[in-house]
Ligand binder design. Structure first.
Ligand code: FAD
Length: 521
């Protein structure tokens, strides 16, 4: 693979724009593919057909799939979305509708070929008509519009000294977008994914009905929508659990050369009280120790790590975080020491950073800004995210990390691996996880170029084939499959419920065509 850093930024920008223009040019949206009665709707004036709107709606972070919608709705209130969906239901041949949050999907999941994409961020500009972010007087929760970015939720709740408990590593994602998948990070082993931290939702179903739902009210819709890939309804409000926000964090990274010792320590730590965050990642001898996702090491630490990498080829980083504030500032170092007792990282290879809570949570933003300035953000990103049962994680390491990824030396993107606990996931929700008490999140966050991303995708396929052959029962996170059989296998025992819920809440199969589950398979 050509090293991305050698490609001039202006060339990449030019390449992306011209490629998109050629795709859109060939497939110019036709207003005619929507029924002409659409012009008599109140929302008519909020539908856009111009290249800027269509171009944005047919692109996502993945930069691999481009589906051209007929129009893009820029709603100023949730009534606009209701009107659009009801209208589609009334048509003899309904058109598809997809909510687009911040478009950080990697395989066109928020797109709608020949349909209408709803640009959810448009509601943010019309705050008073949307849902905004409102912290309850009790301080136990915030009511948040589905269109809101998590960074804005963080900033608004911090004004009250509060914050949500469960996060993603990157905060420029919408509430509706992450709740449609699961939303997890290093806090998840303790607090559950973001979908486990929601008390109530307002949803516009595929029939255009506006419904409030929770575990006690319209519970079938509540469970369907959480992790439901946008297939049952559009989330317009989520009631998110809040707690007192810490002020600062101690962020510790320890280095291992032995994967079984590394995972044993990770599993030990998630069963220990007093830790708020745990993740893990891999370093390979052909890539730099720091990457866009994490520039943790100082230059002198980096040279130490590079010598160690020369010896071992692959190293494993265990990241753990302890929150603290004024009351606990004096005891936090001792608490960290106690957490480290009995751990078997390479002696001397432990590094600590002291950060504000906000800087820690928003740590990926710096990497994004740097990559954007070099034109390396808007490149193809053929990511593969897997959930791997704990019982097979050592086989996964040998077969995938060592024998495919390290041997082929194709990917330079971040490689994440850390354990999650099943007990904090609610099985009634649509999200699917492996059937073991502990499973590992594996994130292969590859970035490629427009010429060679298929090489990385072929590697992804090789990894999936290896897991199949070895009988490692992984589940994809942010799943994408080409056939109905694969989807049925993915959902396993949940498939029938999933289908029944679709028939109940979106019988004409209007919503979320980009997931390719009901519309094209
Ligand atoms: P979009 O891509 O816009 O939409 C995703 C899906 O949700 C689509 O099917 C869309 O139709 C649907 N949707 C969007 N809004 C709504 C709504 N209001 N109601 C119903 N359906 C809706 N995920 C994690 O869990 N943890 C991480 O740490 C993490 N880090 C990431 C870092 C980066 C840099 C990126 C690019 C992604 C990361 N993700 C992570 C994945 C991310 O959570 C998902 O891709 C998420 O869907 C992105 O949110 P979005 O607002 O961009 O959604």
């Amino acid at each position: 693979m050509a090293s991305p850093s050698l490609i001039p930024a202006h060339f990449i920008v030019f390449f992306v724009v011209s490629r998109l223009m050629s795709i859109i040019g060939n497939l110019r949206p036709s207003k005619n593919s929507l029924p002409c009665e659409i012009d008599s709707l109140g929302v008519h004036a909020k539908l856009r057909y111009d290249l800027d709107a269509i171009g944005l709606a047919s692109t996502d972070y993945g930069n691999i799939v481009h589906e051209i919608p007929s129009a893009v709705l820029y709603p100023t209130s949730i009534d606009d979305i209701i009107e659009l969906i009801k209208f589609s239901n009334e048509c003899p041949l309904p058109f598809n509708v997809a909510a687009r949050g911040h478009g950080h999907s990697v395989r066109g999941q928020a797109m709608a070929h020949d349909g209408v994409v709803v640009n959810m961020l448009s509601l943010k500009k019309h705050y008073k008509n949307g849902n905004g972010i409102r912290v309850s007087t009790s301080g136990n929760y915030a009511d948040v519009g589905g269109e809101q970015l998590w960074i804005d939720v963080l900033n608004a709740t911090l004004e009250h000294g509060l914050a949500p408990l469960s996060w993603t590593d990157y905060l420029y994602l919408t509430v509706g977008g992450t709740l449609s998948n699961a939303g997890f990070s290093g806090q998840t082993f303790l607090y559950g994914p973001q979908i486990s931290n929601v008390l109530e939702l307002d949803v516009i179903t595929g029939k255009g009905d506006f419904m409030t739902c929770s575990k006690d009210q319209n519970s079938e819709l509540f469970y369907a929508v959480l992790g439901g890939l946008g297939l049952f309804g559009i989330i317009t409000r989520a009631r998110i659990v809040l707690a007192k926000a810490p002020k600062r964090v101690k962020w510790v990274r320890m280095i291992y050369s032995d994967f079984s010792i590394f995972t044993r320590d990770q599993e030990h730590l998630i069963s220990t009280k007093g830790l708020e965050y745990l993740e893990g990642s891999l370093l390979m001898d052909y890539t730099p120790a720091n990457n866009w996702r994490s520039s943790f090491f100082s230059p002198s630490n980096e040279s130490q790590i590079i010598s160690l990498l020369k010896k071992h080829g692959i190293l494993y980083c265990l990241d753990m975080v302890k929150y603290y504030d004024d009351e606990t500032a004096n005891s936090v170092d001792k608490d960290v020491q106690m957490l480290q007792e009995g751990l078997n990282f390479i002696p001397g290879f432990t590094f600590m950073r002291d950060e504000t809570y906000v800087d820690f949570l928003n740590r990926v933003r710096c990497g994004e800004i740097t990559l954007k300035s070099k034109g390396l953000w808007d490149v193809p990103n053929p990511w593969l995210n897997l959930l791997v049962p704990k019982s097979r994680i050592l086989d996964f390491n040998a077969g995938v990390f060592v024998d495919i990824i390290h041997r082929q030396k194709k990917t330079t993107g971040p490689l994440l691996v850390f354990p999650l606990t099943k007990i904090v996931w609610d099985d009634k929700m649509s999200a699917v996880v492996p059937d073991e008490d502990i499973f590992y999140s594996v994130g292969l966050l590859h970035s490629g170029s427009f010429n060679d991303w298929q090489d990385l995708d072929n590697q992804n396929n090789e990894i999936l084939e290896f897991c199949d052959r070895a009988g490692i029962k992984t589940k994809q996170y942010l799943p994408h499959y080409k056939s109905k059989e694969e989807w049925i296998k993915h959902f396993g025992p949940k498939w029938n419920t999933f289908q029944e819920r679709k028939a109940q809440f979106d019988p004409r199969m209007i919503l979320s065509p980009g997931q390719n589950i009901f519309n094209y398979v």
